[in-house]
Design a protein around this ligand. Structure first.
Ligand code: PA5
Length: 446
């Protein structure tokens, strides 16, 4: 079987030939923009070649640093926000487990910090670190983002108190721009080992750089397999064959549904290990397409859990969404439903059945029901949850996102809207240089 297949069976009835032909033409043109590298934001296309053209010397250093971290700590604290943490967390939870930190293993726990400004989140993590050996990987491309900067300040002080300045140096790993930013400057002064976020790779496209690779390797996942899966996707998907290329077809369907007036895409999985993958996907598509008054709102659910919360709305509420369902064909584990002589719950018709069989029937039943409710469904069939398949899936989503964004008519690689909250926050906090803004905002808040 292919690593990834796009099954259109539950979407086809919702599109007609004219829509397919017109949008296929636009998608082919959008792909041309990616291929020629002449569209808006074209200086951020480095991720296209990463699976082949990554820095091999740095890759070896990542593996060596991961080995040292594994040997010297109980907990790796990964500090970063947005594209600087979502990818690593998504891969670790998908390939290993959402319960990774709680299961028996010979690799360190991996906790994420600096992705909020929550006092509770920070103090709870600090309490958890008490009496444990810790390493820190701080990740910030700009090196100036407030949330991770605050967390790094705290964890650096903790490490220096515990191990001394020299000891802390051995335990702090920095992933940032190769030359710019206060974090880079500070790291050079302190002599921390640094890894690079390439200039031409934006945060949300950076999981296959040191940003994702170091924490993923520490969790005992083969980053070589991850890159090989992405390389396979690159080999198979970098072409303009819109009839057969699944990345282009996914981009095409998204744009058809958007043009039909759908305002939201719901990413569905039937496995809790995909919850953080959903979050990574939401950032990738939300930040890339949600601009200039355009874009599909990316939403996500885990079924069957959320069939008991959002299921009602999707089946029967405002008809404004389509779903993309990620089905993992082989989860690599089996569990047989036991027999119960008394059959108190009336479930003996399932005795001896694989639990996964029940899950798959729930999925098929839901696909049909949601189709009946007027919701188109795209079905992504992924072979398994291996690092290789995950690498393939990541590249698929990234490429489809770029093509989909250009088809929509936006620059998929900038995020001007993210600055607005930062400006207001700095003004309200009294950051030097924001005095006049502060006055205006204070008046509005009276
Ligand atoms: O995708 C993006 O560019 C953003 O989500 C960034 O990753 C996020 O804002 C964090 O930025 P930085 O890595 O500069 O701290």
């Amino acid at each position: 079987m292919a690593v990834l297949n796009l099954n259109e069976r539950f979407a086809k009835a919702f599109v007609n030939e004219e829509e397919l032909a017109a949008t296929a033409k636009d998608v082919r043109a959008a792909y041309g923009t990616v291929e020629r590298r002449d569209g808006a934001g074209n200086d951020f296309l480095g991720w296209l070649d990463l699976p082949e053209a990554y820095d091999k010397e740095e890759f070896a250093r990542i593996l060596s640093a991961a080995d040292r971290i594994k040997k010297s700590c109980d907990i790796l604290v990964v500090i970063g926000i947005g594209g600087s943490y979502l990818g690593a967390r998504a891969v670790i939870e998908f390939v290993k487990s959402p319960l990774y930190n709680n299961v028996k293993k010979d690799t360190p726990d991996v906790y994420f910090a600096g992705n909020s400004i929550s006092t509770a989140a920070l103090t709870e993590l600090l309490a958890l670190c008490e009496g444990k050996d810790i390493c820190v990987n701080v990740i910030s491309k700009s090196g100036t983002t407030t949330e991770p900067a605050v967390a790094f300040r705290v964890f650096r002080a903790l490490l220096e108190e515990k191990y001394g300045v020299d000891g802390a140096r051995e335990r702090i790993f920095v992933t940032t721009d190769k030359a710019r930013g206060t974090l880079k400057q500070f790291s050079t002064e302190r002599g921390y080992e640094t890894f690079v976020v390439p200039d031409d790779v934006g945060g949300r496209f950076s999981v296959l750089t040191a940003v994702g690779l170091l924490p993923i390797a520490v969790a005992g996942i083969s980053v070589t397999d991850l890159m090989a899966g992405a390389a396979k996707a690159r080999e198979e998907l970098l072409n303009n064959d819109v009839e057969n290329n699944i990345a282009l077809r996914y981009a095409m369907y998204r744009n058809i549904f958007y043009r039909q007036g759908k305002v939201a895409e719901v990413m569905v999985s039937y496995e809790p290990c995909a919850a953080m993958l959903n979050e990574w996907w939401k950032q990738l598509y939300g930040e890339s397409e949600g601009k200039d008054g355009k874009g599909l709102l990316p939403d996500s659910v885990i079924f069957s859990t959320d069939l008991h919360s959002l299921g009602q709305f999707i089946q029967d509420g405002t008809r404004t969404m389509f779903e993309t369902v990620l089905s993992i064909e082989d989860m690599g584990v089996q569990f047989e439903i036991p027999n119960d002589e008394a059959n108190i719950d009336g479930l003996n018709f399932l005795s001896g059945r694989e639990l996964d069989f029940v899950n798959k029937q729930a999925m098929l039943g839901t696909l049909l029901a949601h189709n009946d409710g007027g919701v188109p469904n795209l079905l992504l069939e992924l072979a398994d949850r291996s690092a290789y398949s995950m690498g393939y899936l990541i590249y698929f989503f990234e490429l489809a996102c770029a093509v989909s964004g250009y088809t929509l008519g936006v620059n998929p690689f900038n995020q001007p809207g993210v600055e607005s909250y930062k400006k207001n926050m700095f003004a309200l906090l009294g950051k030097p240089g924001y005095e006049s803004e502060k006055e205006k905002l204070t008046k509005r808040l009276k």
